[in-house]
Write a new protein. Structure first.
Length: 253
């Protein structure tokens, strides 16, 4: 069965990376919840996608330029005044569930890795007792390896952009992943087809997809049988997966 990951807590259903999104996701029969982590200036780990505050909060400027005290006063847009959450607060929302934590370790607004950030995230998850139910995902290969060196999660995934996949070629991407001990690749959904899935699986690597946010993309990835995909519409993905599981005889009766 293909697992479903609620991306940013279901970003097309609720305000992304918000308490309301995570609390609603926690009630769904999804296998994973995806969210993003940046550092604050005073060393806290805050859950927000962008490296800047402008798009999703009533603040502005880089996330990492603010202390947590300042960030905690900002409201997430569309939430009626809810603030952003710390990593440990998101962990506590999902601790009573069986949902895996799919944590993307983010870079600064210029796509430069924060020094030591990946290791701090891994160590924090270990301290919270959830590293063994965490999937670490990162676009920068070196940062993935930094996180794993600091503490081994349940799974770590190299997210590959279409540009990298096109520039290197799939065979080279697979070879680099194997050489660096990566167990799984995450490719953008439009870069996945049966041959791509077969090539990755032939190398004994797992394969996942991202940006699966409409019915057609979801249906295609379910049909390809990828291991997991992230979606901003977990409700739609769950419904489509459930429909595939119903025997044709039952549908006709």
């Amino acid at each position: 069965m293909t697992d479903i990951a609620s991306h940013r807590g279901g970003a097309l259903l609720w305000p992304e990376n918000s308490r309301i999104a995570f609390e609603n996701t926690a009630k769904l029969p999804v296998e994973q919840v995806e969210f993003d982590v940046h550092p604050t200036r005073d060393g806290k780990l805050v859950v927000i996608h962008d490296g800047t505050l402008d798009r999703t909060t009533d603040g502005s400027g880089p996330v990492s330029a603010r202390d947590w005290t300042e960030l905690s006063r900002l409201a997430l847009k569309g939430t009626g005044g809810q603030r952003m959450l710390l990593l440990e607060e998101v962990v506590e929302i999902f601790r009573p569930t069986t949902i895996l934590l799919r944590v993307e370790i983010k870079c600064d607004p210029d796509r430069v890795p924060y020094p030591g950030h990946a290791a701090r995230v891994a160590k924090s998850l270990h301290g919270l007792g959830v590293l063994d139910r965490t999937v670490i995902t990162i676009f920068q290969l070196d940062t993935v390896l930094e996180a794993v060196a600091a503490g081994r999660p349940a799974l770590h995934v190299w997210l590959v952009t279409p540009q990298v996949q096109a520039d290197l070629g799939l065979n080279r991407v697979v070879a680099v992943a194997k050489a660096n001990g990566m167990p799984m690749l995450g490719l953008r959904q439009n870069m996945l087809d049966r041959q791509t899935v077969s090539t990755v699986r032939s190398a004994d690597l797992g394969i996942g997809g991202w940006a699966c946010n409409d019915a057609a993309a979801i249906a295609r990835l379910l049909g390809l049988g990828v291991d997991v995909f992230t979606t901003d519409r977990p409700d739609l993905a769950l419904a489509q997966r459930a429909a595939l599981a119903v025997p044709q005889s039952d549908m006709a009766s």
